[in-house]
Design a binder for this molecule. Structure first.
Ligand code: SF4
Ligand code: SF4
Length: 207
């Protein structure tokens, strides 16, 4: 008898939970006409940016491809010529592809890029029926010239953490060496160089 009463109580508690939800606001969003605001640091579809003068930021250095843990990026660089200058550096990306099906949207490519060329935008709508459609080449990644430079990462909704703001500002430059120095890899190299210089100095000193 006691057990039966307990079960009825449990049932009533369950029904009351269901009943209470009947008067709550529906969480369903009428997508795609209404879109949910995602987290400020959401990582979505990639974009290759340009400089103000329309030149491509990408210098075909392949650092993003090396940093990518999913092996999703293919970069084949080519030399700029005076007649056909695509980027301010010596090279540009003749071929640049990202397999978005392999991508885990970690953002390491963005972090590794010395010129702030590749960024992850908040866009997420990329559904398709064909596997091949998820391999994004330059024709879909590169911001069209009429669209300006592309969205800098620090202008995303709610911005980026303050500690990365300085790096982003320094990377937002046409000076490739300065841009590279501003990255984590650049910082590591600088520290190593300083360490080596100090070591050499100690070795050169007369004993
Ligand atoms: S976001 Fe991560 S997994 Fe995707 S392409 Fe960039 S480095 Fe590779
Ligand atoms: S790291 Fe940046 S500049 Fe180098 S190939 Fe990738 S996108 Fe281009």
């Amino acid at each position: 008898m006691r057990k039966n009463l307990f079960n009825v109580g449990a049932l009533m508690r369950g029904f009351s939970t269901t009943f209470s939800y009947m008067f709550k606001k529906m969480p369903t969003i009428q997508y795609p006409s209404v879109k949910k605001q995602h987290a400020p640091r959401f990582h979505g579809l990639h974009e290759l940016r340009r400089y103000d003068d329309g030149k491509e930021r990408c210098i075909g250095c392949e650092l993003c491809a090396i940093a990518c843990p999913a092996n999703a990026i293919t970069v084949i660089g080519a030399e700029n010529t005076p007649e056909d200058r695509r980027s301010p550096g010596e090279r540009y990306a003749a071929r640049y592809e990202i397999d978005e099906l392999r991508c885990i949207f970690c953002g390491l490519c963005e972090e590794a890029c010395p010129t702030d060329a590749i960024v992850l935008t908040p866009r997420f709508e990329m559904a398709d029926y064909r596997r091949g459609a998820f391999v994004y080449a330059k024709d879909r990644l590169l911001v069209p010239p009429e669209a300006g430079t592309g969205t800098p990462p620090d202008e995303r909704p709610n911005g980026i953490p303050a500690d990365l703001g300085g790096v982003m500002r320094a990377k937002d430059t046409v000076d490739i060496a300065e841009g590279y120095d501003a990255t984590n890899r650049g910082h590591i190299l600088r520290t190593q160089r300083r360490g080596l210089a100090a070591l050499r100095q100690t070795q050169d000193e007369p004993r």
